[in-house]
Design a protein around this ligand. Structure first.
Ligand code: FE
Ligand code: FE
Ligand code: ZN
Length: 292
């Protein structure tokens, strides 16, 4: 089954209920959200009433809570331990984020592995391993999905070998997985037009069973640019046909696919993009639909 959705908002008043309603308005059967602003760590208390209402409404709409994804804030950096207090803060905040996921009955938390900021890739990987093992010590049912990164700056995790090295160091391997991002794979240098080869390579190095989520984004930049700037579906260097082939690849059936494409004139384009995807038909008028 095609499981498709987008990034949605999560606010203090409506919480999971608001995120679900937004996703349903786009015609989605999954969604991803930050439990607060992505760039900061200010978070609200979870309201169990709202969560229970949302879970009930999901059932009525054939949405499986196991397909819903939370994204950890970018400011968590597990790769850099230069400053003890910041490193500890990242570890503790990630622990709290996992607790929030548990309260919300969410199974998957996407995490950017981190940036080593000059410490070197090996030290960066070791820092991530230590931190993740600390975080996963508490027995929770939330799986952390390491996202494939574009390779901007000193990002760790822009190739499968680095992700494999991290996973190898994790004690509780049942609580670790991977989230691929099509824009990031392209920008880090993978030939996205041959996705079967990418999946073969991933299977050989990491193991396909670790793949739990895919971010579907076009890219503003050419393959290997190491930039990480997302573009709307069919409007970037990856293109509509290549993205459709990835989305409908039988090996990726039942894996949640999440759009993180940019807003157009401050408006979410997800309803229209999801329609394009479901109909497998490119809408070359998309960018004109959202007037200021
Ligand atoms: Fe991400
Ligand atoms: Fe992403
Ligand atoms: Zn990105």
């Amino acid at each position: 089954m095609l499981i498709i959705g987008s990034h949605v908002s999560f606010n203090k008043e409506k919480q999971l209920m608001g995120s679900l309603d937004e996703a349903l308005s786009y015609g989605s059967n999954t969604f991803m959200f930050y439990t607060g602003a992505p760039q900061n760590t200010k978070r609200y208390e979870i309201n169990d009433n709202l969560t229970n209402h949302a879970l009930e409404k999901m059932k009525n709409n054939n949405i499986d809570i196991n397909n819903i994804i939370v994204h950890a804030p970018y400011i968590i950096n597990l790769a850099n331990d230069k400053e003890n207090d910041k490193y500890d803060f990242s570890i503790n905040f990630l622990k709290q984020e996992i607790e929030r996921c548990e309260e919300l009955k969410i199974s998957y938390l996407v995490l950017h592995p981190g940036s080593h900021v000059g410490l070197g890739i090996e030290k960066g990987i070791n820092n991530i391993i230590y931190a993740l093992n600390e975080v996963l010590k508490d027995d929770k049912n939330v799986t952390i999905l390491l996202e494939t990164m574009a390779g901007k700056g000193t990002e760790v995790g822009s190739n499968f070998q680095e992700l494999k090295a991290i996973i190898d160091g994790i004690d509780k391997k049942e609580l670790i997985g991977v989230c691929m991002d099509t824009c990031h794979l392209n920008d880090s240098g993978y030939d996205i037009t041959d996705f079967d080869s990418i999946l073969d390579e991933f299977d050989r190095i990491v193991g396909l069973s670790y793949l739990k989520c895919i971010h579907i984004n076009d890219s503003k930049n050419i393959k290997g640019a190491k930039k990480d700037r997302h573009e709307n579906i069919g409007y970037g260097t990856i293109g509509f046909d290549t993205l459709i082939k990835i989305i409908y690849n039988p090996k990726l059936d039942n894996i949640p696919k999440i759009l993180e494409t940019p807003y157009i004139n401050d408006k979410p384009p997800y309803k229209e993009e999801i329609t394009m995807i479901r109909e497998k038909k490119f809408n070359d008028n998309l960018k004109n639909l959202f007037e200021k």
